[in-house]
Design a protein around this ligand. Structure first.
Ligand code: ADP
Ligand code: MG
Length: 700
């Protein structure tokens, strides 16, 4: 009854080898199944026809019946464009092609009625329509007109080679004819009836050939739910399998280190959120399964102490622990911060980075292997093959979004059986993204800042206010405070950016002269040792101003610094701004963040600046950031595999995502191996989907 959906697309009537090749290359369509899952981007109304005399100058999509009376080639610098004169009974307009001109000339008839479709432009005093869809009226009449005509994803190559939206629609129609519109159901009855979802068949027909708008939304809902449901199922299943298959080291006791630290050396009372998260971690570490936990918390929420106390749990059970940070500065800072705490407890701790001297390095390697070294802090250098632990029990990754999944898994392999893993994020990740990208991890959230923090006053100032800003800096320094001035450095290699930085530095040196003012500078081109030296001077309070690039973005902690000036703030992304602002407000004093910009601001920049001055809630900022940049940009390419959704939209379909995750969890709680008859259809679909690489194998 059913046609085989794994049939190569070449076999479909109307496709043929050339088109099949293009479909494969351009849209990744290999089989009938892939074609069915090519969902329209949007729908347009093709029951309406327009007259040239009534067109509006609004860039709208129009459909017009008329004739091409002549073709003309118009020279254009080193290229040519093809211009056709097109007329109906009310007026004349132009059709324009910049590409694929040969094909158009050879395949288009003059003085023959055509229906054209596309977006109009008002150009040089007349209407023109670039790259219109063309269809002979005689053909057009044969086809059913729909008030919701699907518009499929396309590429330049496809339309140049004549695979227009209309052709795609026809191919799709053929597929439905061949399959007699019969497709297997892919969700169980229980879910269909509980969520009042329409059947797979109805959904597919109505998403490609909608009967009315109500059925179209039902079809979209059902298909989005299905897509998200199976992704969540996969992620949750992975987590379950992981927990049952991979034995962790059970840290059976909370011992001396932890208890001594907790009783005698804790520098402050933990927040309730920190306590709760520690309990969650403790629970994982005490169980038989390997921990894979994501620790989310806003800037300054106190993740480090949680990390440290987790390491103590490892040490108490005779294991080693490590903490990996993305930059040298940050690892140095972690090291210095923890060194003191470790000395109190008689714990051996070392720092390993790219600039560690060979001799020290060798010593570290040795002591790691013989177990004398208990805690290792460092950068990527930790991942090198030479770094071998005697018994690594816990690996912590700080500021995860800088590291790829590959690096996460590399840490895993540092032991015969994998250590517990705690991943910490620099900035909160929107819930929907966390659910999708880290859906296989357990998530802990610190949603509370340590007490007594004053909100950082954030303002936006234009360059012309600079004198006032400088006066403000002087006043704050006079009160004993320290100041960061940050310049954008979007590309490490960009000469322009360095010039801006050095110009800025010089002007600041002029305005804040010696001996009253001492100024540090830190940027990516400096040697690590020099960077560290400057950083230390600032930390010790020997310098009052730190001029820097975004190398100080993450983690740096100088509580006496209370002013953050961000130059050309319009050039920074939201999460960067939020991170940078998080460098101040770490002490008892009122802190300030001043966002300096020029007068020219894009709409997005305006939203970013407005968001920064309005709120300091990292979770809220993350949501705005997601809307501005989209999921792929936020998570980076390494993790974007999971975000290549066919029909659902991670931002807009948040509610469907939540519900999909809820039901996927529920199904697996009841029936983790999907063995029940009622879940047969889930198991089958899941297996079927497992053949597809793009979504399912995104983590090695
Ligand atoms: P982040 O979560 O950004 O890594 P940190 O761990 O660097 O934050 O902590 C920020 C600052 O807050 C540090 O100076 C830290 O000592 C301090 N801190 C952390 N937890 C508490 C707490 N419960 N009470 C008071 N201060 C705290
Ligand atoms: Mg931190």
């Amino acid at each position: 009854m059913n046609i085989n959906l794994q049939t190569p697309i070449d076999y479909l009537k109307g496709v043929g080898p050339n088109r099949a090749d293009l479909l494969r290359k351009e849209l990744n369509i290999h089989t009938y199944q892939d074609l069915i899952n090519l969902f329209p981007n949007r729908y347009i109304d093709k029951t309406q026809y327009h007259k040239i005399s009534q067109l509006q100058r609004n860039n709208a999509e129009v459909q017009i019946v008329g004739k091409i009376t002549k073709f003309e080639e118009v020279a254009q610098k080193n290229k040519k464009r093809l211009v056709a004169t097109f007329q109906d009974d009310t007026g004349i307009m132009q059709l324009v092609w910049f590409r694929g001109q040969k094909w158009i000339r050879e395949n288009t008839k003059l003085n023959t009625p055509y229906v054209i479709f596309g977006k109009i432009n008002w150009f040089n005093g007349r209407f023109s329509l670039p790259h219109p869809e063309l269809e002979l009226v005689s053909e057009h009449k044969k086809n059913l007109r729909l008030s919701m005509q699907p518009i499929y994803p396309s590429t330049e190559k496809l339309s140049n080679k004549g695979i227009t939206n209309r052709v795609l629609g026809k191919i799709m129609q053929q597929l439905f004819i061949d399959s007699k519109g019969k497709f297997y159901e892919t969700l169980p009855d229980t879910l269909l009836s509980k969520l009042k979802l329409i059947s797979k068949n109805e959904a597919l027909i109505n998403v490609h050939f909608p009967k009315n708008s109500e059925l179209l939304s039902k079809a979209q809902f059902r298909l989005k739910f299905e897509e998200l449901f199976y992704i969540q199922l996969q992620l949750i299943l992975k987590n379950l399998i992981h927990k049952s298959k991979i034995k962790g080291f059970p840290f059976s006791q909370v011992g001396n280190y932890f208890n001594t630290f907790f009783k005698s050396h804790l520098p402050f009372e933990l927040t309730n959120a920190q306590k709760r998260v520690l309990k969650e971690i403790r629970h994982d570490l005490g169980s038989n399964a390997q921990m894979n936990r994501l620790l989310q918390g806003d800037v300054g929420s106190g993740k480090t102490i949680v990390a440290f106390m987790s390491m103590l749990m490892a040490l108490d059970n005779g294991f080693q622990a490590c903490l990996m940070a993305p930059t040298e500065i940050l690892s140095v800072q972690h090291y210095n911060g923890l060194l003191e705490l470790c000395n109190n407890l008689n714990i051996s701790i070392k720092l390993l980075t790219g600039s560690t001297k060979t001799l020290t390095r060798r010593e570290i390697h040795e002591n790691l292997e013989n177990g004398e070294l208990q805690i290792l802090i460092g950068t990527h250098a930790l991942l090198e093959d030479k770094v071998k632990f005697k018994n690594l029990g816990l690996a912590i990754i700080d500021e995860q979004h800088r590291f790829g999944v590959a690096q996460r898994s590399k840490l895993w392999k540092k032991n015969t059986s994998p250590p517990h893993i705690l991943v910490m994020t620099a900035t909160p990740i929107p819930r929907t993204l966390a659910m999708s990208v880290y859906g296989d991890l357990d998530i802990s959230i610190i949603d509370e800042l340590p007490p007594g923090r004053q909100a950082i006053k954030t303002v936006h100032r234009y360059d012309k206010n600079r004198l006032n800003v400088f006066k403000f800096i002087r006043d704050e320094i006079a009160k004993g405070r320290q100041v960061y001035i940050v310049y954008p450095l979007i590309q490490e290699s960009s000469k322009m950016d360095y010039k801006d930085l050095m110009d800025g530095y010089e002007s600041i040196v002029r305005d804040f002269p010696l001996p009253d003012y001492q100024i540090s500078i830190v940027h990516g081109k400096m040697k690590p040792a020099d960077k560290d030296y400057e950083m230390q001077r600032f930390i010790k309070g020997e310098t009052q101003i730190m001029v820097a690039t975004t190398v100080i973005e993450v983690g740096v902690n100088v509580p006496n610094a209370s002013v953050m000036i961000i130059e050309s703030a319009e050039r920074f992304g939201l999460s960067q701004l939020h991170q940078l602002r998080g460098r101040v407000g770490r002490g008892a004093e009122q802190s300030y963040c001043i966002l300096m910009t020029s007068h020219k601001l894009s709409n997005d920049s305006k939203v970013r600046l407005e968001t920064m001055t309005r709120t300091s809630d990292g979770f809220e900022i993350a949501e705005v950031d997601l809307r501005l940049r989209g999921p792929g940009d936020i998570m980076g390419t390494q993790q974007s595999g999971i975000l290549n959704l066919k029909i659902a939209d991670i931002i807009k379909d948040n509610d469907i995502l939540q519900s999909a995750r809820f039901y996927a969890k529920k199904v697996l709680e009841k029936d983790p191996s999907l063995a029940l008859p009622e879940h047969q259809v889930i198991l089958n679909t899941y297996r079927e989907l497992g053949k597809y690489k793009n979504i399912w194998n995104y983590i090695s």
